[in-house]
Design a protein around this ligand. Structure first.
Ligand code: FAD
Ligand code: FES
Length: 344
C-alpha cells in the first residue's frame, strides 16, 4: 500500500539540481536528471548526511559529508564510505506538481518510528568559557546508541545563510535519561541558529529527527584510538560513559587536541581514567598538535587498533590523511566531521 503525495512544484527543481521534501515525517531527496525526476531517501546510509545538499553530476549524487556516491535513479551506492544503498520512491509529474508514492506506515523501508519528535529543554550547563551543554528530555521514549546524532530544527526570525537546522552529537549516554547537546559559541559573528539556541528558555520545545549515524563502538572489546579535535569530544564522552555504565572494560587511547588548556568534560574524563586502567589519555594544547610521531609513540600496535576521529572538518581531514599514510586501512577508520568550524 502506498499513497501519492504532492511534494513540490516541478518547476522548482531545474535540470541538474535537487531539493529536499518532507512527507509523512520522512525526508526525501528529489533530483531532476535531464528533465526526469527521481526521488530517494535523503539520509545517507553512511552517517546520515543530507543527500539533497550533495553535488549532482549526471545521475550521481555525492554526499556532502564524506563523499559517498549514489545513483539517484536506483538508490545504489557507488562508492565508500557508505556501504549500502538508499530507498527510492516512484515519482511522477501531475500537471504542475510532483507526486511521490510513499509507502504506508509499516510497508516500506522507512516505516514506523521515523520522523520528527519534540524535545523539551530541561537545563543548560556551562562547560567552559565558550562551550555550553543543553539537556533535553524527550516527550516520547527515545533510544539511541552512544555516538549517534540528532538533527535539530530551530525556526527563528531572519535566519542567516546557514538557515534553521543543525546536526549535533548526542553527548549523553543512553542511561543518563536525557539527550545532551554540547556546543561552542563563536566569540564573533555567531550564526543566527546559535544565537537562537543560546537564548532558548527552559521548557522550550525543539523538533528533532530520530537519532542516526554509525559513529559508534561496534566492537568495544577491540583496542580503540579515539582522536578528538576541540568540540569533537562530544561522541567520546557518550561512548566512554556508556561503557563505564555497562561495566564493560575500556580499552582505548584518547588523543584530545584543543586550542586552549580549557578542555571540555576534562573532570568527567579524568574520573573515568581513574576507574579504568585501560583508558589512556593524552592532551594536546595548540600549538602542539597531533602528529605522526605522537600517534606512533602512544599507539604501539597500529595494526590492531580501530581509529575513531571526530572534530571540525579540516581537523578530521588532516588526521585521515596522516593515518592513511601511516598504513591505517579505511576499514579501521571511522570519522565524524563537524562542518561549520575551522581548525588552525
Ligand atoms: C554528525 C554531526 C555531529 C555534530 N556534532 C556537533 C557537536 O556535538 N557539537 C557542535 O558544536 N557541533 C557539532 N556539529 C557541527 C554543527 O552542526 C555546526 O555545523 C557547528 O556547530 C557550527 O555551527 P554554526 O554553523 O551555527 O556556526 P557558529 O558555531 O555560530 O560559528 C562557527 C564559525 O563559523 C562562522 N560563521 C557563523 N555563521 C556564519 C555564516 N553565516 N557564514 C560564514 N561563517 C559563519 C563563525 O564566525 C565561526 O567562526 C556536528 C555536525 C555533524 C554533521
Ligand atoms: S558519506 Fe554520507 S554521511 Fe558519510
Amino acid at each position: 500500500m502506498s499513497e501519492a503525495i504532492r511534494i513540490a512544484s516541478a518547476a522548482a527543481i531545474p535540470p541538474g539540481s535537487g531539493m529536499v521534501a518532507e512527507a509523512k515525517g520522512m525526508r526525501i531527496a528529489v533530483f531532476n536528471v535531464g528533465g526526469r525526476f527521481h526521488a530517494i531517501e535523503d539520509t545517507c546510509s553512511h552517517q546520515g548526511g543530507p543527500l539533497s545538499e550533495g553535488t549532482l553530476d549526471g545521475q550521481v549524487v555525492t554526499c556532502p559529508w564524506h563523499g559517498a556516491r549514489f545513483d539517484v535513479t536506483t538508490g545504489a551506492v557507488l562508492s565508500l564510505p557508505a556501504r549500502r544503498g538508499v530507498a527510492t520512491y516512484p515519482v511522477r509529474v501531475s500537471g504542475p506538481d510532483l507526486l511521490v508514492d510513499i509507502p504506508a506506515v509499516g510497508a516500506g523501508s522507512l516505516g514506523a518510528g521515523d520522523g520528527q519528535m519534540k524535545l523539551v529543554l530541561a537545563a543548560k550547563r556551562v562547560e567552559t568559557q565558550d562551550v555550553t551543554s543543553f539537556l533535553f528530555r524527550s516527550e516520547v521514549p527515545l533510544s539511541w546508541q552512544a555516538g549517534q546524532f540528532l538533527r535539530y530544527r530551530l525556526p527563528h526570525s531572519e535566519p542567516d545563510d546557514r538557515r534553521t537546522t543543525r546536526y549535533f552529537t548526542i553527548a549523553s549516554a543512553p542511561f543518563e535519561g536525557h539527550t545532551m547537546l554540547t556546543t561552542r559559541f563563536a566569540a564573533e559573528r555567531s550564526s543566527t541558529f546559535k544565537r537562537a539556541l543560546r537564548e532558548l528558555p527552559i521548557g522550550a520545545r525543539v523538533e528533532v529527527d530520530k537519532p542516526a549515524g554509525d559513529f559508534t563502538l561496534s566492537h568495544p572489546d577491540l583496542p580503540h584510538v579515539l582522536v578528538a579535535g576541540g568540540i569533537g569530544i562530544t561522541p567520546f564522552r557518550a561512548m566512554l560513559l556508556d561503557l563505564d555504565h555497562r561495566r564493560l572494560p575500556v580499552n582505548a587511547t584518547l588523543l584530545y587536541a584543543n586550542r586552549t588548556p580549557d578542555f571540555v568534560y576534562q573532570r568527567e574524563i579524568d574520573a573515568l581514567r581513574r576507574r579504568h586502567p585501560g583508558l589512556v589519555m593524552h592532551y594536546f594544547v595548540s600549538p602542539q598538535g597531533i602528529t605522526r610521531g605522537s600517534i606512533a609513540s602512544v599507539v604501539p600496535d597500529l595494526e590492531a587498533a580501530i581509529f575513531l576521529v571526530s572534530g571540525p572538518e579540516p581537523f578530521v581531514e588532516g588526521l585521515e590523511g596522516m593515518l592513511s599514510e601511516m598504513g591505517v586501512p579505511e576499514t579501521r577508520l571511522k570519522r565524524d566531521y563537524f562542518p561549520g568550524y575551522d581548525w588552525a
